[in-house]
Design a protein around this ligand. Structure first.
Ligand code: HAM
Length: 419
């Protein structure tokens, strides 16, 4: 029969890679835990409407990249392309706002976007995200941005700089949008077909187009900073003061475009500086999205959050994310009743927390020693008939080949010390 393969752009994470994932995930959980974030897990499948309303109809994600379909009951569903809309849906659905004024939620899980696969860009990828719900003040923006930087630092990535911008409030956004449209209308003939359409529905998107001629138009576009007025301007200035106070490395990136329409005011990204990332260098993206809770049927609630792409972090970390787990010992049963004896010893060792391998079929000591070698075992417990009669086993240290006979009662302590 012919072999089946995983879906294009969706990858298996094999056992030799999972320890690096565990390290990343546990570092993340530990860090966000220090700030009081609690985990939320939401389904990967959601009503399609959630993302249309949440992310925005005119975004690439919703227009082109979603895995959306009708199920056998006629419900229109989509695999989640990101976590924020789902978290806010759950927040509203379970009225979490009634329980506490500020909710800090984090998540780690797979997201799905039908993008063109490339280095660092997949159709199923993992995000680690955090959402701070219920705080409007610049101190909240500063804390969560600093938390993202701290996470990278905890992974040993200290050469990072936050790119920061603000979309302003409705008033500043309209003024900026007007200025952009005016400029781009004049150079409309240089824009690609997609951008001509974007100009009418979502002109900011033009700044994000990868087509050479569109980039040339975007390069000379006005800066959003020049249109920032009122509360949004003072919010941004205050955020910057906090970041300076914390020593959080940041710079203003006035042409930043985020790919989701829910953002208001603060937006930010951190780019990785490594050739390993190819063209997909954005490690984390986030921002304020003060209108989403009410757009999804909840009370008006200010919110800010971010999400890291875990594959990109792993690419960036390379071998730095390697971990050393406990090394195994192998229990080798030999002679009559060897498999049973080995299983008994292995169970007893595991019961006290030792990592143990053992076999299921009769095998010679020689072949079991070879297997221990292959597994990289640090020791071999030989459970032979003669030793068993004395209530003992032999422990072989694979590092130097030395062997000692021990009473069974002393085995666990010796194995623990080896691992
Ligand atoms: P995003 O910028 O679309 O934001 O994605 C966040 C991160 O996910 C990116 O910076 C990147 O590292 C990773 N990522 C995105 N697409 C792919 C892909 N196709 N393959 C591999 N990695 C990818 C969001 O998703 C927002 N929900 C972030 C947020 C949370 N904003 C507020 N709260």
């Amino acid at each position: 029969m012919s072999q089946l393969r995983s879906v294009k752009g969706m990858h298996d994470i094999l056992p030799e890679e999972t320890p690096r994932w565990h390290l990343l995930e546990s570092t993340y959980r530990d860090l966000v835990g220090l700030y009081g974030y609690r985990e939320i897990r939401t389904p990967v499948l959601e009503p399609l409407e959630l993302f249309v309303r949440g992310i925005g109809e005119a975004t690439d994600i919703v227009e082109k990249e979603m895995y959306a379909f009708e199920d056998k009951g006629g419900d229109r569903l989509a695999l989640r392309p990101e976590g924020t809309a789902s978290v806010i849906r759950a927040y509203v659905q379970h009225a979490l706002h009634a329980a506490e004024p500020v909710s800090k939620l984090y998540y780690i899980g797979p997201m799905f976007r039908r993008e063109r696969p490339a280095r660092g860009r997949f159709r199923q990828f993992y995000q680690a995200g955090a959402e701070l719900i219920g705080a409007a003040e610049p101190a909240a923006d500063a804390e969560i941005i600093d938390m993202a930087v701290r996470f990278l630092q905890a992974l040993g990535l200290s050469d990072v700089c936050v790119q920061l911008s603000s979309l302003g409030d409705v008033e500043s956004r309209l003024a900026y949008r007007g200025a952009l449209v005016e400029r781009m209308e004049k150079r409309k003939e240089e824009l690609c077909g997609d951008c001509v359409r974007r100009l009418a529905v979502n002109p900011l998107r033009v700044l994000d187009c990868k087509v050479e001629s569109c980039r040339a138009v975007a390069d000379g576009a006005p800066s959003v900073m020049d249109y920032l007025v009122g509360d949004a301007a003072s919010h941004f200035a205050s955020l910057r003061r906090y970041l300076e106070r914390f020593g959080t490395p940041h710079e203003v990136a006035p042409r930043m475009v985020r790919g989701l329409d829910y953002y208001t005011r603060t937006i930010f990204e951190i780019q990785g500086r490594s050739d390993a990332l190819g063209a997909q260098a954005t490690l984390v993206g986030g921002g304020r999205y003060d209108g989403l809770v009410s757009a999804l049927g909840g009370p008006a609630t200010p919110t800010i959050g971010f999400a890291f792409g875990l594959e990109r972090l792993l690419l960036m970390l390379g071998e730095r994310a390697a971990t050393k787990g406990k090394r195994a010992v192998l229990v080798a049963g030999v002679g009559e009743g060897g498999v049973e004896r080995a299983q008994d010893v292995a169970r007893a060792l595991r019961a006290v927390g030792c990592r143990v391998e053992s076999g299921y079929a009769d095998a010679s000591l020689k072949s079991q020693l070879k297997r221990a070698d292959r597994l990289g075992a640090v020791g071999v417990v030989i459970a032979g008939e003669d030793e068993a009669a004395r209530g003992a086993v032999t422990l072989r240290d694979m590092r130097d080949g030395s062997q000692v006979e021990l009473p069974l009662s002393e085995l666990a302590a010796r194995v623990e010390a080896m691992q």
